[in-house]
Ligand binder design. Sequence first.
Ligand SMILES: [Zn+2]
Length: 72
Amino acid sequence: MSTFLINFLLGACRHRHQSRPFTLDRQTYKVCLDCGKEIGYSLESMAPLRSEEQRELKKMERSKNVRRKGIA
Ligand SMILES: [Zn+2]
């Protein structure tokens, strides 16, 4: 399997034009300036999050949204 396909399946982005990391709503991430993909970023390791860490983050985000909708 090619590296490109592996990265695609893991949701990674191969573009190099990325914004500086910034924090919004207590989440730090970079944005790909080519495709607009959000890349989670760890301030602790000062590196992009690994794909499994990103997945965890998305899961947490989703459960937060469900809770917010439940209140409204
Ligand atoms: Zn990209």
